[in-house]
Structures are given as C-alpha cells and as structure tokens.
Ligand binder design. Structure first.
Ligand code: ADP
Length: 161
C-alpha cells in the first residue's frame, strides 16, 4: 500500500492544494495531508483552524486524512508507514526550492521518495500568501479558495461578505 504525505502550511487551503490532493488520491492508495505546526512561523490561521478547514474540504474523499505535526516530515513518515512526500510545483522557482528540499529529505531518509505533481494550469497563480494579501484589500478571492475559506479569511480581516 502506497501512502503519500502532502505536507505544507495550508494557511489557508486553496483550490490549488485541493487539485493536487484530488489528482494524487487516484495515484496513491492513501493521502495524508500533514499541516505544519512551526512555532517560529507566523500563521494567519491557528493549527486547529487549518485542521478543521482542511478536514471539511476533503471530507468527501475516503482515502484522504488530515493531521497536524510539529515533527520532521521524514520522522512523521516513518512513524506512519508513508513512503512518499508529495509536493505541488507551480513554476521554475517552486521547482528549484522543492528540488533542494527533496535532496535534504533524501539525505535524512533515503527510503522516502519525493514526488512532484505539476499544477493544473488554471491554478498556477494561486498562492496562499497572495490570496491573503488580496483578501486584506477586499479583492475577489472567490475563484481561488472554497467558500468556507473565503468566509474565514474575511472574518479574520473583519470584512463582511
Ligand atoms: P509550504 O508552506 O510548505 O510552501 P503550502 O501550504 O504553501 O506549503 O503548500 C503546500 C504544497 O502545495 C507545496 O508543495 C506547494 O508547492 C503546493 N501548492 C501550493 N499552491 C499550489 C498550486 N496552486 N498548485 C500546485 N501546488 C500548489
């Protein structure tokens, strides 16, 4: 059974993330979305908020689970019998960063493979950080994130829908 982890901040989840999960779940037996909890990083959404949003968004997909973790991703993988780290790639600068990260992880755990999935073209501009920035200026993010995420972002910024 091939279990793939999809690690990331997901602050917040976007249609780009969901597209990667939806496609990957037909390739691997199980996908575990692992939401990073890093005390030195500043997130807009708390660990619990990101977990609840992602759980709700993948609830229709029976082979997808969601957890939070503050551990090294390769340690988490070993503990959970996962053999693949799944990462989405939008462009060359993503690839360059992701490639370095994959070598780092390979050095830490040679039994775990990183698999890159290129974004579907319609999602290639979607980035959590720009979506938050756009939302802060009351820009239209309805095509970038699911309605429950849009509502949550607007609530954070005190913007009524
Ligand atoms: P991180 O904080 O680790 O960059 P993110 O939450 O931004 O994590 O993203 C998690 C994963 O999803 C990363 O592999 C990232 O490249 C990928 N990803 C994010 N947005 C998109 C998108 N629009 N299309 C494809 N992959 C994406």
């Amino acid at each position: 059974m091939a279990i793939a982890l999809f690690p990331g901040s997901f602050d917040p989840p976007t249609y780009g993330h969901l597209n990667i999960i939806e496609r990957a779940r037909t390739i691997f037996d199980k996908i575990d979305v692992v939401i990073a909890v890093n005390k030195s990083k500043k997130y807009l959404f708390s660990e619990d908020e990101r977990l609840l949003m992602m759980k709700e968004l993948v609830s229709g997909w029976d082979n997808v689970s969601v957890h939070t973790s503050n551990r090294l991703i390769v340690d988490y993988a070993h503990e959970n019998n996962a053999s693949v780290l799944l990462r989405g790639v939008r462009n060359f600068s993503d690839f360059s960063y992701e490639f370095d990260l994959s070598l780092l992880n390979k050095g830490l755990a040679s039994d775990i493979e990183t698999v890159f999935l290129p974004t579907d073209p319609e999602f290639f501009v979607l980035r959590s950080s720009s979506i938050k920035e756009l939302a802060a200026f009351n820009g239209d993010i309805s095509k970038m994130v699911p309605p429950l995420v849009e509502k949550a972002i607007k609530k954070k910024y005190g913007i009524e829908k």
